[in-house]
Design a protein around this ligand. Structure first.
Ligand SMILES: [Zn+2]
Length: 294
């Protein structure tokens, strides 16, 4: 049994979370049905909304029939999650945890954004995530994507290819949301992929070198075959994951130049390079991506 609120925190905007807590405190949630896997609840607000929350094989099914829910997690879902957790004996996340783990939309300036693009490896990914909301041409509502796909973040845990593939698949699935928009969600997608690459970078030292090379190959492949096709690349947000792929491969190459997997890497990267970039790619060329700026 686990806390559902904890699982939802990092995919919810802080202001929405606080409103959901208010709803829970005011007794606006009525549980209609529940079992150990999930609940159905009626949440009263401007209107009555039905919320379904359920643990499923690869995550959480969450549904609310309010208009905001098309965009992301709404206050009704938060309120129902908190009430169901408390019903099962889980304390709700404290205020500091909520602040630290939720999504923070903050006003940003043009020079801040320029600095991000000038030094993509050290860019504040929170800025990339919300830039379009401040500088985009269209302000229509769009999906709010999680900060990072689900993945273990402890550095001492050896990483497996299966784990990374599952995280990449999760990100690919975000593209199927009805409110996903190739242009408006591009920054969030690039930031999430970059966050995943940061987790991979921190866990590489604990990972067997051959597996690590296979993992980075899967990232190069995903970058071309998926990422570039589910974002509008006109603003250049691809630079954030691309430089991180380069840095990760450079670190691996430096520490484990004799891994047998580099042959497979070079062959597959060569194929991808010819197909997508019309140039030869190998480990050395991919490592060079770390220095790209716009
Ligand atoms: Zn709702």
């Amino acid at each position: 049994m686990k806390s559902i609120a904890q699982e939802l925190l990092d995919r919810t905007e802080e202001a929405v979370w606080r409103r959901g807590e208010g709803y829970a405190d005011k007794g606006k949630v009525r549980i209609l049905k529940h079992d150990e896997k999930g609940i159905e609840a009626a949440v009263s607000g401007t209107k009555n909304y039905n919320v379904i929350l359920k643990f499923v094989a690869n995550g959480i099914r969450k549904q609310c029939d309010c208009p905001y829910a098309a965009r992301g997690i709404c206050k009704h879902i938060v309120a129902a999650a908190i009430v169901w957790d408390e019903f099962r004996g889980f304390a709700r996340p404290d205020s500091a945890t909520v602040h630290a783990e939720t999504i923070q939309p903050s006003p940003i300036s043009g020079p801040q954004l320029t600095r991000c693009f000038a030094d993509p490896l050290n860019a504040d990914l929170n800025i990339i995530r919300v830039a379009v909301d401040y500088f985009g041409f269209s302000h229509k509502p769009h999906a709010v994507l999680p900060k990072c796909p689900r993945i273990e973040s402890r550095e001492e845990a050896p990483l497996s290819l299966a784990e990374v593939k599952s995280a990449l698949q999760e990100m690919a699935s975000w593209n199927r949301r009805s409110s996903y928009n190739h242009y408006l969600c591009a920054g969030e997608m690039a930031a999430a992929f970059s966050e995943l690459l940061e987790v991979i970078y921190r866990r590489l030292p604990a990972t067997p070198p051959d597996e690590a090379v296979r993992i980075m190959l899967s990232c190069v492949d995903w970058y071309y075959a998926k990422f570039n096709n589910i974002i509008d690349d006109s603003d250049g947000v691809w630079v954030f994951p691309k430089t991180r792929i380069g840095r990760n491969v450079a670190a691996l190459w430096k520490n484990h130049p004799d891994s047998a997997e580099w042959m497979t890497f070079n062959k597959a990267a060569g194929d991808l390079g010819r197909k997508w970039e019309s140039e030869e790619l190998d480990a050395e060329a991919v490592a060079g991506w770390q220095d790209i700026t716009l």
